[in-house]
Design a protein around this ligand. Sequence first.
Ligand code: GAP
Length: 514
Amino acid sequence: MANQENDFKKVISHAKEYGYVFQSSEIYDGLSAVYDYAQNGAELKKNIREYWWKAMVQMNDNIVGIDAAIFMHPTTWKASGHVDAFNDPLIDNKDSKKRYRADVLVEDHVAKIEAKIDKEVNKAAKRFGAQFDKKQFLATNNRVLDYQEKATSILKRLGKSLENEDLVDVKNLIEELEIACPVSGSRNWTEVKQFNLMFGTKLGASADSAMDLYLRPETAQGIFVNFLNVQKTGRMKIPFGIAQVGKAFRNEIVARQFIFRQREFEQMEMQFFIRPGSQKEWYEKWKENRMKWHLSLGMGEDNYRFHDHEKLAHYADAAADIEFKFPFGFKELEGIHSRTNFDLGSHEKHSGKKLQYFDNEINESYVPYVVETSIGLDRMFLAVFSNALTEEALDNGTTRTVLRLPAVLAPTKAAILPLIKRDGLPELAHEIVDDLKWDFNVIYDEKDAVGRRYRRQDANGTPFCITVDHQSLEDNTVTLRHRDSMEQERVAITEVKGIILAEVAMKHWLQKMK
Ligand code: GAP
């Protein structure tokens, strides 16, 4: 646990030191759970967004993208169920006066049980060495099975109580598990109460005529209300999808874990409209497709797992998370939800407008069903960034900090370094910069010894360094250094662009999804 906390602290401080993420309004001591993306962070975020957009919109001829407004007519949120049901169960500790999400307290307790399983696995792996069979161990070790049984039954009971709105039982569960407040250490809890997460605001100049609005808590509703507009103007045939990336806002009470849970964040969502009755098939397809997208980035198969929801949101008939192994354990990164025809059906009722599709293959009109994929861009950023940050022991006894970002997502693809600041080397380096910058982000760096510059770029996540030396002036070659292997090769200047493009082009990475 202490190690996890330390690793996570390193992630947060590295993100600041290397210009990825800053606390919002830092000069005023910051604003809790609100963050700004800095010069490198904005580029990394843009690349993740583009990687998602291409995989969804560009690669699928039956998916189109839109960009709906953050403000929506207030009836939207009545129809979507957010006014009545977008609540978190909260509990206060009477001694510390701290407020917690009751479900998170229980989930954290379960995470501790799961950590014990990991510990058993690690111990056994050490004991049995190469012969260790993790699957078999997990399926047969009595202690592990006990832990698993405990974790599953707690989560099941929590899911059931939340689904039945049985907040008394949620409190009972907290008491039975003897969960203590992390701040005061006491078990002196209030009752559990529901709290709506939407931010309200007003539209209009005077207090009397002002209209109450909400900042959207999910981008999906901008897609639902435009369903028919897009279907008609795009002449879309079912099955088809509408994708969108944009800001969402939630008044999160337990806002912590850096950019994992923020009050203002970005979602990348896609609603896939289908014939009623085909939802199971599409739900499975999209689960598989989205997992392929994640795996295409090469961040390790073992770092992902599916988690089926026990408690379903008010709109869903099936739902699963893709969880990622963050520095603080496996947590939700993306949701895949079978949303039935709840949203479109409800917007029909509240607006009085028909939101139906005439399916000429079966000669029938219906309100389409929807399978949704929804991923937080900021969470994806944290997954990529935390997974990439590595401290590596080198043969010469030193360590190097290297940010092994997937090259396709790295903010800067290459740094161009003149070995020294004279003899025409800076001029040639600038020429290379001017040539490469048309195709990808590069930077010029001439400060400090070249070894230090390499380390700086390693920590920044730059996949390539190009060093210009005296030989370059004679034979138009440079040293190309690879971030991960630290290997160096002598290549012709004319070949550099092709070599880099082969490693960073989105096409090559997306093709791994096939
Ligand atoms: N339209 C469905 C929906 O909004 P959700 O599970 O509430 O579903 C989807 O959110 C994704 O949005 C999550 O998997 C997560 O990646 C991201 N997300 C949700 N709340 C967030 C928050 N407070 N901060 C950052 N990301 C968040």
